[in-house]
Design a protein around this ligand. Structure first.
Ligand SMILES: Cc1cc2nc3c(=O)[nH]c(=O)nc-3n(C[C@H](O)[C@H](O)[C@H](O)COP(=O)(O)OP(=O)(O)OC[C@H]3O[C@@H](n4cnc5c(N)ncnc54)[C@H](O)[C@@H]3O)c2cc1C
Length: 474
């Protein structure tokens, strides 16, 4: 989805400058570091584990449909799944600009988590309901995998949040005790109990959620394709939607064909602004991740990692890490360098070798501060994905337009592995006017906090992140 070089913004050109330089020096670099090309083609570990996947042909002829879903990640495929089961007689079309799992769903950190990205200020009852909703969502993902016998690697042996400040650790302990009282199985681990699970440096303690885990999102989304097709969904990959004309019947333009739709779903998360929607609601943030080669039991023992699907820290620029069933450690975040916002909400899916090399150097340094014995681990893949971040860290789910026929579920703020898979059920219930169970959740049909327009947005973001080391939020 990258645009011609002359149309690129300053920030994008700067980012790409590094890439170009890397490409020019590439023949030399390749001789010296022959393994680097393999790991720097921006293919995620998750996608590399679906080696035989081929995209479908693009849409070539004009068609009409009852529902057109734009975007083939968790939101798009979960909507297609639930909608086609509820309405087998309707014509449902899913359009994906590149390949299924091209976006964050195939490029994330792999943590399958409970909660929403921000959990402050809710009543005990709402806190309990949000946890129950996400735990039911995780169980539904596993049910779908088992029901359709999908070849998806996952584990469900718990993740933890580590506290790097003694005061925050004390507060977290009180909070975990409160959660237990209201029926949520969180458990506080003091520093020595934490060491039995994970030997993390600089942590004063952690809260473990036993009902969470890790999953290969690309395998999930791509393995669902034949199931969706079997349920009657038409899937056209390599088919970007170029424009949307609103009306009681919407008209969507793609490179080779036009579609008339009675309703559409924006399942485009961080890319949604490009379609002309929610430009003031989302920061598309580029987030960089790497994965080690599969580690053997003695390498994991040496790291001090025992039977745990992953962890995140308590800092604003969250560092997170997960462990696959095959033994790869995935690591991302932890610094300003690990995230990039490009002028005017631009997004890049760079396939260039050497992309964001500085960010990756910083990532490995951050990982070493937590896990000092990780210094010489073999790196298998490095990649970048696009997050959809809202200012108040609350997702945005609802329906809009004069004809109430533009459905959307976006802005999961780095927490969408579970939430975006639940979104398909919510949107199907909303369409059916059968949505009582969702109505009072804080992300459902709620106004969002608007982000100032450019150039203030870009300047404000750069200044704020550099001065504070935090990401803007309200
Ligand atoms: C680096 C990274 C790490 C993350 N780690 C975690 C984690 O550990 N745990 C967690 O819970 N969440 C994590 N997330 C967030 C999570 O992955 C996302 O919230 C979730 O995948 C969003 O799914 P989605 O289907 O809404 O969007 P996406 O997966 O981004 O899918 C959107 C799709 O729309 C397509 N598209 C865009 N424009 C068009 C168009 N015009 N026409 C047609 N198609 C279009 C894109 O190609 C893309 O495939 C992470 C995200 C990133 C980037």
């Amino acid at each position: 989805m990258s645009s011609p070089a002359e149309n690129k913004s300053l920030s994008e050109r700067l980012l790409l400058g590094t890439t170009r330089l890397a490409s020019k020096t590439w023949p030399i670099a390749k001789r010296i570091f022959p393994e680097t090309l393999e790991i720097d083609d921006n293919r995620s570990l998750w996608v590399s584990q679906t080696p035989d996947y081929q995209p479908t042909s693009p849409l070539q002829e004009n068609i009409s449909a009852d529902l057109v879903i734009i975007g083939g990640g968790f939101t798009g495929t979960s909507t297609a799944y639930h909608f086609s089961r509820r309405y087998p007689e309707k014509r449902i079309v899913l359009l994906e600009a590149k390949t299924l799992a091209n976006g964050a769903s195939g490029r994330n950190g792999g943590m399958m988590l409970n909660w929403m990205p921000s959990m402050y200020g809710y009543s005990p009852e709402m806190t309990r309901r949000i946890y129950q909703m996400t735990w039911a969502g995780i169980q539904a993902i596993i049910d779908i995998i088992q029901r359709h016998q999908l070849p998806v690697s996952y584990r469900l042996d718990g993740t933890l949040t580590a506290y790097t400040d003694s005061h925050r650790a004390e507060v977290a302990q009180e909070e975990a005790e409160f959660h237990q009282q209201i029926g949520i199985p969180m458990q506080f681990l003091n520093a020595s109990a934490l060491k039995q699970k994970l030997n993390l440096q600089s942590a004063y303690g952690a809260v473990i959620d036993p009902n969470s885990g890790q999953i290969n999102g690309a395998q999930l989304v791509r393995a669902l394709r034949p199931v969706l097709q079997e349920q009657g969904v038409e899937i056209y990959e390599q088919t970007p939607v170029l424009s949307i004309q609103e009306g009681s019947e919407l008209t969507l333009k793609t490179p080779n064909a036009e579609i008339k739709a009675k309703a559409i779903v924006l399942a485009t998360n961080g890319y949604t602004g490009k379609l002309g929607y929610f430009q003031d609601a989302l920061f598309p943030l580029h987030s960089h991740v790497f994965a080690t080669a599969p580690l053997n039991p003695s390498q994991l023992e040496n790291l001090g990692w025992h039977g745990l699907a992953g962890y995140a820290d308590d800092r604003d620029r969250i560092a997170y890490s997960s462990l696959t069933r095959e033994g790869n450690i995935v690591f991302g975040g932890g610094s300003n360098q690990a995230y990039a916002y490009l002028f005017k909400n631009r997004t890049i899916d760079s396939d260039s070798p050497g992309f964001a090399k500085n960010a990756f150097n910083k990532l490995t340094q951050t990982m070493e501060t937590y896990l000092p014995n990780s210094a010489n681990l073999p790196i298998a893949r490095r990649w970048t994905g696009v997050l959809g971040i809202t200012l108040n860290r609350t997702p945005i789910i609802g329906v809009r337009g004069e004809h109430r026929n533009i459905y959307y579920a976006i802005g999961y703020c780095g927490h969408g592995v579970t939430l975006a898979n639940i979104a398909g059920q919510m949107l199907t219930d909303m369409y059916s006017n059968d949505d009582q169970q969702w109505r009072d959740f804080p992300f459902y049909q709620q106004p969002y906090a608007p982000i100032p327009p450019e150039p203030f947005r870009w300047i404000g973001y750069q200044m704020f992140t550099r001065l504070t080391g935090h990401s803007p939020r309200v």
